[in-house]
Write a protein that binds this ligand. Sequence first.
Ligand SMILES: C[S@@+](CC[C@H](N)C(=O)[O-])C[C@H]1O[C@@H](n2cnc3c(N)ncnc32)[C@H](O)[C@@H]1O
Length: 285
Amino acid sequence: MSDRHRTLASDLTFTEADFRQIARHASQQYGLNIKIEKKGLIYARLARRIRTLGLPDFKAYCDLATGPRAASEAEELLSALTTNVSSFYRERHHFDALKATVLPALREKMLSGAGIRIWSAGCSAGQEPYSIAATIKGCWPDLKSNAVTILGSDVDGRILEKAQAGTYRATEVASLKPDEKDLLFEPGTRGSDVVYVRPELKEMVRFERINLVDEWRHAAPFDIIFCRNVVIYFERSTQHKLWQRFRDSLAPQGHLFIGHSERLTGPAEAQFRSTGITSFEKLAP
Ligand SMILES: C[S@@+](CC[C@H](N)C(=O)[O-])C[C@H]1O[C@@H](n2cnc3c(N)ncnc32)[C@H](O)[C@@H]1O
């Protein structure tokens, strides 16, 4: 009984073998490195679902959700395995850098009509790509539609539905400065319980489901890639490969922004120069 997760008499049995089955699935399908310390969290996130399905224990659930005919249950499991925490202007120094140096260097390109392409990879509920769009609109208010396109992608289809809707609880955005709210949200909705992202920002962002460990079908190159607080959950070898793939997907002198606790590692490390806190510019080959 020692390997069983039991805290209440009514608890569901969750053995180490069940945990390993889930961790193996997370690694193989999404590159995620789920440590044993997360067993309790996974229990908490899935127990209600297992009871709703009327299943007797985690073993039955693992067989259902990780099996070949898992379909929609695989989505439920994915949501339980991923961390979707995000916020508008998270790691504000990156948006300051966009404003101060990165966008001014791209101004000629924007004016030439060549089209600036930005990728927010692992964008969760859209706060990151919409913050990028608002920063750009703040710098270039007369921007023509299609002058900048932002791809927001995530592996979690459910979180992308929220991103696409562009609707947030007022409490989620309460700490933003008034001018940031003005740039981001429709004026009529401010002061109510929900806020709606401005349509002109929504027009700049296209959302797509992309599993970063799969093949990428969208066309590179990008001028800027944000991939923040995503790779930290991956295995080290997957991290190395991803940094290199981002490097290969960037235009010459393209910019990469990564999360505060992430580090560029592997062969890609030597192919970037640091431009600030966890921000990098691609070096010429
Ligand atoms: C903590 S959020 C980061 C959101 C945003 N980038 C930020 O920094 O605020 C991590 C996101 O990575 C996504 N993710 C996890 N594994 C992924 C994978 N294999 N491919 C694409 N996205 C993934 C999760 O669904 C989640 O929405």
